[in-house]
Design a protein around this ligand. Sequence first.
Ligand SMILES: C[S@@+](CC[C@H](N)C(=O)[O-])C[C@H]1O[C@@H](n2cnc3c(N)ncnc32)[C@H](O)[C@@H]1O
Length: 270
Amino acid sequence: MDSLYNTDWKWAALRGILHSVGRTSDGIALGLERGFDSGESMEYIYRNQPSGRWGIGWLADWLYLQQIGCRGLRGRKRQLQDALRETIAANRVAGQATHILDVAAGPADYLLEVFADDGGDDLSAECRDLDTAGLARGRQRGAALASRVRYIRADASTSAAFAALTPTPNVAIVSGFYEILLSDEQVRRSLRLIAGALRPGSTLIFTTQVQHPQLEMIAHVCNNRYGEPWLMKLRAAEMVAAWAAEAGFVDPRTRIEPLGLFTVTTARRA
Ligand SMILES: C[S@@+](CC[C@H](N)C(=O)[O-])C[C@H]1O[C@@H](n2cnc3c(N)ncnc32)[C@H](O)[C@@H]1O
């Protein structure tokens, strides 16, 4: 009983700090308002530029952005971009344009950066999400690429969202989405829906979270975009790759970011 009491007290105190002093940090304020799991929060973490009200806000923001989870997310972003660049290069060698479908994209700044760096009229993307605020942020950031990157509200869990896509995508990105799906069947269904939308030879790029030392703290202290506790599920990349194989993907290749929290896997639609 004692330890339970102490634990509850600890989380309540941490929540209190987050909702008071924490609000002076721009990143924490954004997380409290929009959800720490939102695409907007991801983009803020990727940007990694501490800001806040007064010195205390800057310091709290710096501390937030230095958390192991935030550092791991930045590593995941870099590896996702590497995988995307390699895929685009391979498509070019094969004389193919690249049409990307990102099923839970948020602002998808990782994609915008690759498009801005690698250029080319042979690149296009449809970035989808349920959250209109994240999509609006992407549209704003990607205004210069508007002719090639579209932001559309769509629910990645419905089969109707994957019907008759034009152009037919040959790359699908699933970044940061399976981590927040708590049911394994939801992940397997998502892989089947994506496989059905891709033509043979297409590339799937997905991420998983394999470990996280602060999972319990996050569940007790941080809210998701619905104002509920932010729960995440750890899954081995091999397990999700096996489900991808059942859905019709072959040749999985997994990289792990340097802190060992997140993986980025590519696989080919058979
Ligand atoms: C952790 S964020 C990842 C955003 C971005 N892909 C990245 O890696 O930075 C998870 C995203 O999934 C979106 N999302 C959650 N459920 C969804 C669904 N059923 N369909 C589409 N998007 C969804 C959220 O709105 C959020 O933007």
